[in-house]
Design a protein around this ligand. Structure first.
Ligand SMILES: *Cc1c(COP(=O)(O)O)cnc(C)c1O
Length: 396
């Protein structure tokens, strides 16, 4: 079968001209470090933090070098120490267990359900069994669990929730932004996420002490007064000698890249969702394909799409990958034995104790995933949707 689609699934849009100009302005000053400011200058990083705080609706925002660093800093600032058990999703990306291991925590994986959300009954059981006091909740691929019920379970059990919002920047549950439920939230501005600074991330929180500890951890030295969206001096007075400097600051070039992108984010969310709905509609036309339920309470950002083929064997799943690839459609499959590219499963994370997750394994065995870059037109999405259906028909 000849290739019929030629779009690149990893090609993001160009950086907006306004952001390119802002970066050049920073480069001309030579002041790239966030604390290297001229007299009276706020600086790009502090300005970005204030803008993101306002957009997110949180009390504080800290910009850092990556989403993974935001996760590590948030856990340490919230009180995770070596040996602490940290609950997290059995289905997520490797930086999540990686961040837990990096701070010395012990990941305890929780099952997911058919809609890729955390299984809240299994969460309750694992909290009871383990006595764990921390949950690093990964909103993996943008699927929010029932956040009201989740917070109720965690609040009753005294479990501190940290939200991994790498795929839910801009999403909401019952109108409340993802990231504003837990004690702290972590976002990524790495190239494949919802804003693109190459690498980068944010930590948001409403807790002044956590914000102060996180800022010191990020490597503020005693220059924390230069943060545009940080807590007051009293919070820093408590944190300043308590936390090690882990050097994970965002620089002025990345912040300059991000500020114009933040201004365009709401529009891009609409563009992603229009693309998502086109592919989803196409997939729903084949009853072998199980699309992922999108509850009415959830406002999502469709920057990628997932679907399952519950009737397929492993051989058929592999054949589907090949057939779709021959037509030009790049699918990922979470049922592989070995990690490939960005895709891995908990069975590939040999740096954590092996865990039994039969329900998650059964779901991952026929789970497919596809990026929806904004460089695809809506017509491209129609094409991709029908090519996936064609591939499924050929393989079945
Ligand atoms: C990308 C990602 C991260 C980490 O973000 P980086 O900025 O790449 O460190 C964390 N969690 C999930 C679910 C991600 O997809």
């Amino acid at each position: 079968m000849a290739r019929t689609f030629f779009g690149s699934f990893t090609q993001q849009e160009a950086i907006p001209a306004e952001a390119v100009a802002a970066v050049l302005d920073v480069l001309r000053t030579g002041r790239l470090h966030r604390y290297n400011l001229a007299e009276g200058e706020v600086g790009e990083v502090a300005a970005l933090e204030a803008e993101y705080r306002d957009w997110q609706g949180s009390a504080y925002c800290l910009a850092v070098t990556s989403g993974g660093q935001a996760l590590q800093i948030a856990m340490r600032a919230a009180g995770v120490t070596p040996g602490t058990v940290v609950l997290t999703n059995g289905f997520t990306l490797a930086p999540v267990p990686g961040a837990i291991v990096a701070v010395g925590g012990q990941p305890l994986l929780v099952e997911i359900d058919e809609n890729l959300r955390l299984d809240l009954d299994d969460l309750t059981a694992r909290i009871d069994e383990s006595g764990a006091r921390f949950l690093l909740l990964s909103h993996m691929r943008g699927h929010l669990c029932d956040m009201d019920r989740l917070m109720d379970i965690c609040d009753r059990a005294g479990v501190t929730v940290i939200e991994d919002c790498a795929h839910t920047m801009g999403a909401r549950w019952n109108g409340k932004r993802s990231g504003n439920f837990g004690k702290a939230a972590c976002f990524s501005t790495q190239t494949y996420k919802h804003m693109n600074s190459g690498e980068g991330g944010f930590l948001t929180t409403d807790d002044p002490d956590l914000a102060a500890r996180a800022t010191i951890l990020s490597g503020s030295y005693m220059l924390y007064g230069r943060h545009g969206a940080g807590p007051d001096a009293a919070a820093f007075a408590r944190a300043r000698s308590e936390m090690p400097n882990c050097s994970a600051r965002m620089d002025a070039v990345r912040a300059a890249l991000l500020r114009p992108q933040l201004a365009g984010l709401d529009r891009n969310i609409d563009r992603w969702n229009a693309r998502y709905r086109i592919v989803e509609r196409a997939l729903q036309g084949d009853n072998q394909i199980a699309t992922i339920d999108r509850p009415a309470a959830e406002t999502f950002v469709g920057s990628s799409i997932q679907f399952r083929l519950p009737g397929f064997s492993s051989e058929q799943c592999l054949a589907l990958l090949r057939t779709a690839a021959d037509l030009g459609v790049e699918l990922k499959w979470f049922g592989r034995d070995e990690a490939a590219g960005f895709t891995s499963s908990h069975r590939n994370w040999h740096y954590i104790p092996r865990q039994s997750l039969p329900r998650t394994d059964r779901i991952l065995a026929t789970l497919f995933d596809m990026r929806l870059p904004l460089t695809f037109s809506e017509a491209d999405c129609e094409t991709v949707g029908s090519l996936i259906r064609q591939s499924v028909r050929e393989v079945s």
